[in-house]
Design a binder for this molecule. Structure first.
Ligand SMILES: *[C@@H]1O[C@H](CO)[C@@H](O)[C@H](O)[C@H]1NC(C)=O
Ligand SMILES: *[C@@H]1O[C@H](CO)[C@@H](O)[C@H](O)[C@H]1NC(C)=O
Ligand SMILES: *[C@@H]1O[C@H](CO)[C@@H](O)[C@H](O)[C@H]1NC(C)=O
Ligand SMILES: *[C@@H]1O[C@H](CO)[C@@H](O)[C@H](O)[C@H]1NC(C)=O
Ligand SMILES: *[C@@H]1O[C@H](CO)[C@@H](O)[C@H](O)[C@H]1NC(C)=O
Ligand SMILES: *[C@@H]1O[C@H](CO)[C@@H](O)[C@H](O)[C@H]1NC(C)=O
Ligand SMILES: *[C@@H]1O[C@H](CO)[C@@H](O)[C@H](O)[C@H]1NC(C)=O
Ligand SMILES: *[C@@H]1O[C@H](CO)[C@@H](O)[C@H](O)[C@H]1NC(C)=O
Ligand SMILES: *[C@@H]1O[C@H](CO)[C@@H](O)[C@H](O)[C@H]1NC(C)=O
Ligand SMILES: *[C@@H]1O[C@H](CO)[C@@H](O)[C@H](O)[C@H]1NC(C)=O
Ligand SMILES: *[C@@H]1O[C@H](CO)[C@@H](O)[C@H](O)[C@H]1NC(C)=O
Ligand SMILES: CC(=O)N[C@H]1CO[C@H](CO)[C@@H](O)[C@@H]1O
Length: 602
């Protein structure tokens, strides 16, 4: 009992001031997340909007700023927002996935507060549970450099966020039902660009009455275009008719600058290009995102088309779209392109020292995991997806919170490091996670035994993409790793029948989600967590304490105070929602913790 009581009192004391990040500016956002009616492909449906907008607003902040987002859940189901690529250093409490946060109940609000510490670049946010991303709720995140840090290119004349993604006319609850019934989602109905359907480039392929995106530019300028694939499961080839795209950054790393006429952007990935408006503007130009790594002639409708319009444009775009890469029978072209994305070792990134001064090749690997994915199969009587034969069961009690409150049996730490270590047992549904060693250096090899493209993401970190190839990974594959200028990023593609190897330095304490970015595979269980604890963390120097506004659910639900629902509809009819100051909330949270300790003890 003493230990628990001490824990509660300590946590209450630690919760009192804001976390130690005073001095850096704050950016505040108020988001009302609700359904809005839209018909991006001509079929009316409920999509998830933020403050009535679909897609949501761009979060435009600068390195080391504190970001405070008050999220009001006006949906009819629980909600969590996650921040793809934001590292939440020492602070997985804000990560917005079920392993670290209780979902925000319908009608409640919850405030995220985190610092975008030592990061720059292009990221995005989205609702992380229950397939909600298939309905929207996403938006871009721009983290700018501080003025004192050099950027490896001249200041662009504009900054444009482009969200691309496959789209279904069925809503996310219907899609969920299909997966629950063991069905495949099948071919998407199209591709949206910034929430809009395709420009009518061909009357027989695109019906009339669909609203498309227009990107307005001036001639003779250079724009930074940030492209994010926020879709469900389709890899997309992105291209702009008549224009080179100079790749400069991906997910927080400056790349060596190279021109591409098109680039494959896989689900969950983000890239920045510099595009110079150096064409004669005889007419507008097509901006295309077309399905990749599928039979493209069958998947023709899965094509997004927007328009790049110069201010001196001579007229509408017409004629055929610019060709996708002609490599139907050459599976190496896309992979070679992926390999060509390299780190610019001399560029400064978020800090003054060159990003390449972190020499990953000089560090010895301390833990290695080979994670094998297979096509979804029947596991425990249901169609599920697995890694190393384990299909993750989403926790009712967030794993990190369970640790903080000594909840037993919330998870096991025995995730198999090899698929063959798992093969002895039949595939199963489990809540087994990876025991990461703090300050260790982990190698993760993703082996894709499925016949479709996958991409995998790790929260809390950027990893070095040191290798990828077709076939089965073997020990000797290590000889092919790029030991010099592998790019550091948070989402990587894994080609069917191929492997991708990444290295990650486990210096960020917390519980971090490793997941398939393909929504259906993720929903069906293809995720795991890496638990990184510092056993010598006496005073929470390497990890922040439980936030004072933490939500409690599952086995800890008894600590949760009721919140007056703030539903717009409810608020209209019911009395005005109770207002509470930050101070009173902290007191309430502290009392809650003490009460919790007593409950435990009794
Ligand atoms: C999704 O569509 C189904 C009908 O196909 C409808 O019953 C359901 O309410 C819709 N859900 C949402 C969130 O719009
Ligand atoms: C983002 O913020 C920066 C400075 O904080 C500003 O210069 C820039 O114009 C903003 N970008 C957008 C797209 O609003
Ligand atoms: C949401 O929570 C904050 C405190 O975190 C509170 O001040 C606010 O009134 C709440 N309600 C709404 C509708 O945002
Ligand atoms: C439109 O697409 C159809 C079907 O692919 C094709 O046959 C036709 O030639 C296209 N029309 C134009 C004007 O490109
Ligand atoms: C990229 O293409 C542009 C023209 O579109 C050209 O001006 C520039 O020199 C090229 N840059 C590189 C690094 O190839
Ligand atoms: C503009 O450029 C296009 C493509 O390079 C070319 O086909 C066209 O003739 C040019 N038009 C004029 C008026 O120069
Ligand atoms: C794609 O599908 C078409 C139509 O079914 C078929 O003729 C073609 O062979 C397929 N292409 C590939 C590369 O499988
Ligand atoms: C790498 O970054 C430096 C700035 O440190 C820049 O001058 C150089 O052009 C970049 N190199 C490439 C190949 O992009
Ligand atoms: C890495 O391991 C090798 C061989 O065990 C050892 O000689 C070397 O000192 C280690 N390097 C570091 C940085 O620990
Ligand atoms: C987890 O790893 C640590 C070393 O980082 C080790 O001390 C501990 O015993 C491991 N726990 C389990 C349950 O394997
Ligand atoms: C999957 O693994 C099996 C057994 O190792 C192998 O025969 C098959 O070729 C693999 N398929 C893919 C797509 O990797
Ligand atoms: C010594 C100390 O203050 N430890 C606390 C650190 O924060 C966790 C919660 O995140 C508490 O459980 C510890 O008691």
């Amino acid at each position: 009992m003493w230990r628990l009581l001490a824990l509660a009192v300590l946590a209450a004391v630690l919760a009192a001031p804001r976390p130690a990040m005073a001095g850096d500016p704050y950016a505040f956002f108020d988001w009302d997340v609700s359904y809005v009616t839209a018909a991006p492909l001509g079929v009316k449906q409920q999509v998830i909007g933020i403050n009535g907008k679909f897609p949501g607003p761009v979060v435009n902040v600068t390195t080391n700023w504190n970001v405070v987002v008050n999220v009001l859940n006006d949906l009819d189901e629980p909600l969590l927002i996650t921040w793809n690529g934001i590292q939440h250093r020492k602070n997985c409490w804000q990560d917005g996935v079920l392993g670290t946060n209780c979902p925000i109940p319908s009608g409640w609000n919850w405030t995220y507060e985190f610092q975008v510490k030592d990061q720059i670049g292009s990221f995005f946010y989205f609702p992380s549970t229950a397939l909600q991303r298939a309905a929207g709720g996403f938006g871009g995140i721009v983290v700018n450099n501080r003025d004192v840090i050099a950027v490896p290119f001249a200041r662009p004349d504009g900054d444009i966020t482009i969200l691309i993604g496959d789209w279904y006319n069925r809503n996310h609850t219907d899609l969920r039902k299909m997966l629950d019934e063991g069905k495949d989602l099948g071919m998407p109905d199209g591709v949206l660009i910034n929430g809009k359907g395709p420009y009518r480039y061909n009357d027989s392929l695109v019906p009339a009455g669909i609203d498309h995106e227009t990107i307005d530019v001036h001639p003779g300028r250079t724009y930074r275009i940030r492209v994010h694939n926020v879709g469900t499961s389709t890899s997309l080839n992105f291209r702009i008719q008549g224009h080179n795209m100079l790749l400069v950054e991906t997910e927080g790393s400056y790349t060596t600058q190279q021109n591409y006429t098109s680039l494959d952007v896989h689900v969950g990935q983000s890239y920045s290009f510099l595009v110079t408006t150096d064409q004669n503007a005889t007419s507008d130009y097509y901006v295309v995102a077309s399905a990749r790594m599928v039979n493209e002639s069958l998947w023709r409708r899965v094509t997004g088309v927007a328009v790049l319009r110069y201010s001196n444009s001579g007229g509408a775009a017409s004629g055929p779209l610019p060709d996708p890469p002609q490599d139907q029978f050459d599976k190496t072209l896309s992979m070679n392109q992926a390999r060509s994305v390299r780190w610019n070792l001399s560029a400064g990134a978020a800090r003054p020292n060159p990003q390449g001064s972190f020499r990953y090749s000089a560090i010895n690997v301390t833990q290695a995991y080979l994670l094998r994915s297979e096509a979804p199969a029947e596991i425990g009587g249901r169609r599920r997806a697995a890694l190393n034969g384990l299909s993750f069961s989403p926790p009712e009690t967030p794993l990190r919170l369970a640790d903080a409150y000594d909840v037993k049996d919330a998870y096991t730490l025995d995730f198999p490091d090899r698929p063959d270590a798992a093969a002895a047992r039949p595939p199963r549904i489990a809540r087994s996670i990876i025991n990461g060693t703090y300050r260790g250096f982990m190698e993760i090899i993703f082996q894709n035994n499925d016949t479709r493209m996958q991409s995998y993401h790790m929260d809390g970190y950027a990893f070095f993409v040191v290798g990828m190839d077709y076939g089965e990974w073997t020990e000797s594959s290590r000889g092919t790793y790029n030991k010099g200028d592998s790019v550091a990023r948070s989402t990587v593609q894994v080609y069917p029948g191929a492997w991708t190897a990444v290295l990650v330095s486990l210096d960020n304490v917390g519980f971090w989600n490793v997941r398939s970015e393909n929504l259906d595979s993720w929903y069906l269980g293809q995720e795991v967590y890496v638990r990184v604890v510092n056993t010598e963390d006496g005073a929470n120097k390497t990890e922040m304490a439980v936030p004072s506004n933490a939500l409690y659910c599952g086995q800890l639900h008894k600590y949760q105070k009721e919140q007056t629902p703030h539903h717009k509809m409810a608020a209209a009819s019911a009395a005005a929602p109770a207002k509470s100051t930050v101070g009173s909330q902290i007191v309430a949270a502290a009392l809650m913790l003490v009460a919790g300790a007593l409950t435990f003890a009794s």
